[in-house]
Design a protein around this ligand. Structure first.
Ligand code: GDP
Ligand code: ZN
Length: 314
């Protein structure tokens, strides 16, 4: 069923950014409040201003300038924004999310440091995280992977085991009504999952494969697909998830298990290293905080400090 597109002042249309190519964007015009039905072709849009940067999932007002083109007039307020950064670059990943789905797999191995990074990025934007353990059919490595994920599960981050090859549908109930992004190192099975769940993604893969004259599809930019009353963003592999934009307090707060101890150290500017009366270190000693998670926190904190010095040219 097609309903008339929602109109705003001056024949502007409401839309959602479904792909960001740097200078131009694809915008799916919204029908009756959803992210489009995926059946109408998106508009190729340019921003009106010079220096405007948008992300997949951004809600925008667009003025059509032709049958398949438009100008982005305005950005609607973002509920949140997932991004990564180092000292010199910032990259918007996606906006207006309700859920980050972090895909790891039994094979090849994965980095639990990357899990902590990803969770910190999501927590700092009040986005929930779901961990998917893919390739559960490869049973030999399954116990290892489970052991690696157990500390995160204990913190309340749900872990869903599945095989994208044999039963990607297990993820479907978790997508309904949500605005999700799939992230993870390459090789974890994100494309396999997306292709199994989203018919439009399969079509895109085929087009790219034909264009490159190869059967292999590599995601090089994020793309948003409407799905089950929400949408799903398939993003390129994230090998590094820099958090240089986070402040020191913000980072500590994004480690949920630190919450009861923050502000309880004897010294207000405690670095949680060797200071007497450090509540965090006491909690580690008492077994209330996993030392590995604290190590992740320290690494990210030190990396942020280095990035700040680089930015300031020290
Ligand atoms: P991406 O880089 O995260 O998009 O990963 P791909 O979807 O390209 O998958 C990487 C490799 O893992 C491919 O060879 C897939 O066929 C394979 N793969 C994906 N899902 C599964 C699974 O559930 N079981 C097994 N055994 N292999 C899988
Ligand atoms: Zn301390």
């Amino acid at each position: 069923m097609t309903s008339p597109a929602r109109r705003t002042a001056d024949a502007r249309l409401d839309g959602v950014i479904t792909a960001a190519f740097g200078r131009h964007y694809e915008v799916e015009i919204q029908h009756s409040g959803d992210a489009g039905n995926g059946e109408t072709a998106p508009l190729k849009c340019y921003p009106r201003g010079k220096k405007s940067v948008f992300a997949c999932g951004d809600e925008v007002e667009v003025t059509p300038t032709g049958s398949a083109q438009g100008v982005i007039e305005q950005l609607r307020p973002r509920r949140n924004l997932l991004w990564r950064s180092d000292a010199f670059r910032e990259k918007l990943i996606a906006a207006n999310l309700t859920q980050v789905i972090l895909v790891v797999a039994t094979e090849p191995g994965f980095s639990d440091m990357l899990i902590s990074r990803c969770i910190a990025a999501a927590e700092s934007q009040q986005i929930k995280t779901l961990i998917v353990l893919n390739k559960a059919d490869l049973q030999q490595q399954l116990p290892m992977a489970r052991t690696q994920l157990a500390p995160f599960e204990r913190l309340g981050y749900p872990v869903l085991e599945l095989s994208a090859r044999e039963g990607a549908d297990a993820l479907r109930p978790k997508l309904a009504g949500e605005r999700s992004i799939l992230v993870g190192q390459s090789g974890m099975g994100k494309s396999t999952l997306t292709n199994a769940l989203v018919p439009a993604a399969r079509a895109a893969t085929r087009e790219i494969s034909e264009a490159l004259n190869s059967g292999k599809h590599t995601t090089t930019f994020a793309r948003l697909y409407p799905i089950d009353n929400g949408w799903l963003i398939d993003s390129p592999g994230l090998q590094a998830f820099g958090l240089a934009h986070l402040g020191a307090d913000e980072l500590a707060e994004s480690f949920v298990e630190f919450h009861p101890y923050l502000g309880k150290c004897r010294f207000r500017d405690c670095q949680h290293e060797a200071e007497p009366g450090c509540a965090l270190r006491a909690a580690i000693g008492a077994g209330a905080i996993d030392p590995r998670r604290f190590e992740h926190y320290r690494q990210i904190r030190d990396e942020i400090a280095v990035a700040k010095r680089q930015t300031q040219g020290w």
